[in-house]
Design a protein around this ligand. Structure first.
Ligand SMILES: CC(C)(COP(=O)(O)OP(=O)(O)OC[C@H]1O[C@@H](n2cnc3c(N)ncnc32)[C@H](O)[C@@H]1OP(=O)(O)O)[C@@H](O)C(=O)NCCC(=O)NCCS
Length: 165
């Protein structure tokens, strides 16, 4: 599916939150156990200036169908300044249409232009779709944290995927 990818603007927050909360409700992809509010995400949005930690949205017919963001790794420790964590979320009605892959590729280009050298993602081991998505987009498994999350009485592990830019 062809989408337009652009920097997020403040007016997108409502749709960004709706898509994020769809993922929260699956209980297998975010580690959040409760939905977030638009108010919560305003602070988060303000911390993601396009020239430092961008949020990109995929838009189709004036609707946000997915988004991707990068975040600092070990904030405040200058030695890790060129390494960033990527997270992405696709609207439930638009999955398996190649939008996640397009967003990852756009963010790889954007992050490279911003001077970052390493991009990594953290995925719950149970999140098979996400693991396949990163492998398909040339990320390799770099780490495994066993039984670090507890959701509905089950312990879950974290897998780290990374790529060099
Ligand atoms: C994981 C996620 C981002 C994938 O986005 P997407 O737009 O559906 O991904 P794509 O269409 O680009 O898929 C690319 C490939 O990834 C793999 N893949 C994606 N979703 C999959 C699933 N549910 N099951 C198995 N493989 C999957 C497939 O190999 C797919 O290629 P194919 O469709 O040709 O077989 C989306 O399902 C999502 O938002 N999940 C909830 C949030 C999340 O887990 N985010 C990642 C954590 S940071």
């Amino acid at each position: 599916m062809t989408v337009t990818i652009r920097d997020a603007s403040e007016k997108d927050i409502q749709e960004i939150v709706e898509i994020f909360n769809q993922a929260v409700l699956t209980r297998t992809s975010t580690g959040y156990l409760d939905e977030v509010s638009v108010q919560d995400r305003k602070v988060w949005f303000a911390e993601h200036r396009p020239e430092k930690y961008p949020i990109l949205v995929a838009e189709q017919n004036h609707r946000i169908v997915g988004w991707i963001s990068i975040d600092p790794y070990r904030r405040g420790r200058k030695a890790f300044e060129k390494t960033v964590e990527v997270s992405l979320f696709i609207h439930q009605e638009y999955k398996r249409k190649g939008i996640g892959s397009q967003l990852i590729n756009s963010m790889m280009e954007t992050a490279k232009k911003l001077g970052y050298t390493t991009l990594f993602a953290i995925v719950l081991d149970k999140n098979v779709g996400s693991k396949r998505l990163f492998k398909k987009n040339n990320f390799e498994q770099w780490g495994f944290l066993p039984d670090v999350a507890e959701i509905d009485g089950n312990t879950l592990s974290h897998v780290y995927y990374g790529t060099k830019l």
